[in-house]
Write a protein that binds this ligand. Structure first.
Ligand code: HC1
Length: 568
């Protein structure tokens, strides 16, 4: 290690540490814009400049390394002036539309301007002529608001292994866009929205569909039902200043009822149902020599990824639709019949942590009820905006319960929201169905946690099941390559598109970072432990659904409504 001083404070650091990391560890804040820990360390924005005694010029703290005896100053007048000048230059060609911007009050650039105490911008630059690209079903690109920090490019390439966007053109014409400036909706973008999550401004953001939901809520002809994804209950509170990972299920239900939804239901219900269908599919493929490994199919970014990049493995996918889509199909059939409502009048809204769910709902095969099964998908962020518009004081709401029957769930449904959760939920049920014994304790901790790829084995009545769990598409690639080359064999693989699973989805509150992901995951397991039932096959509403309507897992109606298939 080396010894240095920062602002007169003696600090120790690893020999290869950067000044920025070292200062942060010492509690000294240096502003950044382009920096993204471990992913984008390029020294481009020059807002982290510091003075290093003896150096000829100011140094960007994100890339400059510490050295023995180094003397660093982070707040001298020349440092502050240089940073301010650079910020003014960045702002000189940035639209001044903060009041009407989707990221108003949650924009790093706006925050920097406030922190720097900017009272005027002395320069007026030419604004980029590239138009807004709204060709994607999930995301909108607004090049005028891009500060060319490249954080989106880094995440898309390094975390997701997709590389749908990159830096195009040169000089004033530089733009972050798909190759050949093709529209985002026409390229191999998987709609995961991880770009939107790391964008410091509103240069990439989710497609706002709140207007369609307000319109449905105001239409007396419509019976508007809503489903909430597992991950939303541990993150929506962040939109209202609550701690990441705080479990706010009851307040979420109350808030949705306050907005005027006729029924408040839970995607956890159909997550339990997915376990019944997918668990049966696994057991049948094992018994009948079907294609293995079976790979989970609930994450729509992952589905688009395999379609683009690994089509040869498509028949390994479970034929189960995602819980969101199973819910939509049942809302307009089973629920419509039970409630005596014409399905044409039912409007299904999903609250998802995910931008790719917007794309999934519009896929042509997702209309097995005879209508589009899910009408509109809102992200956690969009719901937060609606609640603010409605003046909901979220934290002061009293907790309420989900409606019957599509709101009844178990802890197994909740854990779908964290990486490893679908696997664990499936094991809880498969173990009991195969062995006939009661599983105690129900926790399969080997598949939990933030390791990019987790491998485990369980003994099911003498058969050793080999399992793998991956989250983030870059990690998915590792597993798929090992399977394709024959290097590894598995029976069952869970893949979730986003780092951490759905709790880290591209529609979640900003910021979403490693620490916040870990807190949301802890919240998910807390919510699981607090449920009276923790195994999907014990869900009484799912049992009733089979008895009254579906008859049995993998039965005729299940195939019609809950399954699909993917063609290379
Ligand atoms: Fe997910 Fe799923 S867990 S995909 O991450 O299988 O989005 O939360 O709703 O459909 O249940 C997302 C979360 C979500 C589905 C379920």
């Amino acid at each position: 290690s080396v010894n240095l001083t920062i602002d007169g404070k003696p600090v120790q650091a690893e020999a290869d540490a950067t000044i920025l990391e070292t200062a942060r560890r010492a509690g000294i804040k240096i502003p950044t814009l382009c920096y993204l820990e471990e992913l984008n360390v390029i020294g481009a924005c020059r807002l982290c400049l510091v003075r290093v005694e003896g150096a000829r010029a100011l140094q960007p703290a994100c890339v400059a390394r510490v050295a023995e005896g180094m003397v660093v100053r982070t707040n001298t007048p020349d440092v502050l002036q240089a940073r301010r000048l650079n910020l003014e230059l960045i702002l000189s060609n940035h639209p001044r539309e903060c009041l009407t911007c989707p990221r108003n009050n949650n924009c790093e650039l706006q925050q920097l301007a406030a922190d720097f105490g900017l009272e005027e911008i002395r320069f007026e630059g030419e604004i980029t002529p590239y138009p807004v690209d709204d060709s994607s079903p999930a995301l909108v690109r607004d090049p005028r608001k891009c500060v060319l920090c490249r954080r989106c490019v880094a995440v898309c390439e390094q975390v997701q292994g997709v590389s749908a966007i990159s830096v195009q053109e040169r000089g004033f014409n530089t733009i972050v866009a798909p190759a050949f400036l093709d529209p985002l909706g026409s390229v191999a973008c998987v709609n995961c929205g991880q770009c939107a999550l790391v964008c410091p401004t509103a240069a990439i953001h989710e497609k706002d569909q709140t207007a369609a939901v307000w319109a449905a809520l105001a239409d007396p002809q419509k019976h508007v039902v809503v489903q909430t994804a597992p991950a939303v209950r541990v993150s929506i509170g962040e939109m209202f200043g609550l701690k990441p990972g705080e479990v706010v299920t009851g307040k979420l239900v109350a808030a949705l009822r306050h907005l005027g939804f006729d029924r408040v239901f839970d995607t956890d219900f159909s997550a339990d149902l997915t376990i019944m269908e997918e668990g049966s599919e696994l057991l049948s493929r094992l018994k009948e020599g079907g294609r293995l490994p079976l790979i989970t199919s609930c994450s729509p970014g992952w589905i688009k990824f395999i379609e683009h990049f690994y089509p040869a493995l498509l028949s390994n996918l479970s034929t189960c639709k995602s819980p969101q889509q199973m819910f939509g199909a049942l809302a307009k059939t089973y629920y419509a019949q039970k409630a005596g409502i014409d399905p044409a009048d039912i409007f299904v809204v999903s609250i998802m942590p995910c931008t790719a769910k917007k794309f999934e709902a519009g896929r042509p095969e997702m209309n097995s009820s005879g209508y589009q099964d899910v009408d509109v998908v809102l992200t956690t962020r969009e719901l937060g905006k609606m609640l603010k518009q409605a003046g909901v004081d979220f934290d002061s709401l009293s907790e309420e319960e989900y409606d019957d029957p599509l709101g009844i769930s178990t802890g197994a449904g909740v854990i779908f929201g964290a990486t490893g959760g679908v696997m664990e939920a499936a094991l809880r049920t498969a173990y009991e169905l195969v062995t006939g014994e009661t599983l105690e304790p129900v926790d399969f901790t080997a598949v939990r946690g933030m390791a990019g790829v987790k491998e485990a084995a369980v003994n099911l009545n003498g058969t050793e099941l080999k399992l793998a769990v991956a989250h983030g598409l870059g990690n998915a690639r590792k597993v798929l390559d090992a399977v394709s080359s024959g290097e590894k064999t598995f029976h069952f693989i869970e893949i979730m598109c986003c780092p951490g699973g759905c709790i880290g989805g591209g529609g979640q509150p900003i910021p979403t970072n490693t620490e916040i992901r870990a807190k949301r995951i802890a919240g998910i397991y807390r919510a699981d432990r607090e449920m009276p039932r923790r195994k999907s096959h014990e869900n009484p509403a799912v049992q009733a659904l089979y008895k009254e309507f579906l008859e049995q897992p993998l039965g005729y109606k299940s195939h019609e409504l809950l399954h699909t298939h993917y063609e290379p």
